[in-house]
Design a protein around this ligand. Structure first.
Ligand code: DSN
Length: 410
């Protein structure tokens, strides 16, 4: 057997070190358990298993069938769903599978504008969703909240075939029941993409879309804290069509090692500690929001109900790209992000998006978050002051030492 390539090994060690020495506030990232890591790095990567449990196009799938059945059963239990497809390689693929299940090219989709916090797979012009379908975007009101009356008005006016609820950068609770009612009133399919908030949903900390949506998609790696990938949940009547759309419609062989990682993560999510973790994610975000606002950053909607916040950094004389870079210089990772009605371009927008799932997995609690947030705002407020920058870096060093990452991993 070949031995590990030194260049690849060196890069893997470098990334482990970067993650150990830094603090991740990227709202869509998290830190999986060693058990998830080991499932994803397992021998299941060697297997081909096109098809579904009990009906595969390759032999030798007895164990793989059990793995996939386990993941499906756990996903259904977690979400209270009638059917789960655990094969989508990514959220984007899951959404495309849903589009091709229910829509024809040219059909209308009513979805949240990327510039208001929506996701690129919900209809951005240069994404397959925007190329194949006719997109009617809804935005947010002047305070950054979804305006449900406006969504209803647009639905009535345009009679879309599908309405998408769910967002990539929305700090407040989403009223899935309202979306369900609006969709029903115009005979539209309601797709809820809960990639960001799935962990909150399954622990009862955010209302579930399951009773109000025809189909729900989510990634498994954000607040769900599983491996990179996605799942689709739907009512039984749509099960066969959804399964066909995933395979053979879009994908070939599933990534069985990732499905094992999903099954492992779902087992973790079924435990009471996972609810405690999600509660802490929300508490940490609230503390961070308070400190940031107290120091001049303007948060969209004035705060957060969930794991993320969207901060306008212009009051500090910065742009999103500059703020991202300044924080990266001291080992804090965020992403630049458009804020609602942003006059600036996506690659250098007015804001940054911050989230607490990863630092909470690492063990940080309210007090630590307050210390970290103060260090961030000091540095962002006086970016040229070297001693402030040093202090911010020192804070990161103290916190990363206090909350070591994967201590036994080499
Ligand atoms: N990139 C993910 C996010 O950050 O929201 C969604 O695809």
């Amino acid at each position: 057997m070949p031995t590990p390539d030194p260049q690849v090994s060196k890069l893997l060690r470098a990334e482990l070190q970067r993650q150990r020495d830094g603090l991740t506030l990227i709202a869509s990232e998290n830190i999986v358990s060693p058990a998830v890591l080991s499932a994803v790095g397992s021998v299941l990567t060697n297997k081909y298993s096109e098809g579904y449990p009990g009906r595969r196009y390759y032999g030798g799938n007895q164990v793989i069938d059990d793995v996939e059945r386990l993941a499906i059963a756990r996903a259904k239990k977690l979400f209270g769903a009638e059917h789960a497809n655990v094969q989508p390689h990514a959220g984007a693929i899951a959404n495309i599978a849903v589009f091709f299940t229910f829509l024809k090219p040219g059909d209308k989709i009513l979805s949240m504008d990327l510039r208001a916090g929506g996701h690129l797979t919900h209809g951005l012009r240069i994404n397959i969703s925007g190329k194949y379908f006719s997109i009617i975007p809804y935005g947010v009101d002047a305070n950054g909240y979804i305006d449900y009356r406006e969504v209803a008005r647009l639905a009535k006016q345009h009679r879309p075939k599908m309405i998408i609820s769910g967002a990539s950068a929305y700090p407040r609770e989403i009223d899935f029941a309202q979306f369900g009612r609006i969709a029903q009133s115009v005979g539209a399919i309601h797709l809820a993409d809960i990639a960001h908030i799935a962990g909150l949903v399954i622990t009862g900390l955010h209302p579930s879309p399951i009773p109000h949506a025809d189909v729900v998609t989510t990634t498994t790696h954000k607040t769900m804290r599983g491996p990179r990938g996605a799942i689709i949940l739907c009512k039984k009547i749509h099960a066969a069509a959804i399964d066909r759309a995933v395979m053979p419609g879009i994908q070939g062989g599933p990534l069985d090692h990732v499905i094992a990682g999903k099954a492992q993560a779902f087992a973790e999510a079924l435990k009471p500690e996972f609810r405690r973790y999600q509660k802490q994610v929300i508490k940490n975000a609230a503390v961070m929001a308070e400190v940031l606002q107290a120091h001049g950053l303007m948060l969209s909607t004035g705060g957060t109900d969930n794991h993320l916040m969207l901060a306008d950094v212009r009051p500090l004389g910065l742009t999103g790209a500059l703020a991202e870079k300044l924080l990266e210089d001291v080992g804090i990772y965020v992403n630049k992000n458009l804020i609602p009605n942003d006059p600036r371009p996506p690659l250098d927008p007015s804001g940054i998006r911050l989230g607490t799932p990863a630092v909470t997995s690492r063990g940080l609690k309210e007090k630590d978050i307050a210390v970290l947030s103060h260090a961030m705002v000091q540095h962002l407020t006086r970016p040229k002051n070297l001693s402030v920058k040093k202090q911010a870096a020192k804070t990161v060093a103290i916190l990363t030492k206090k909350f070591p990452l994967y201590p036994t991993l080499k």
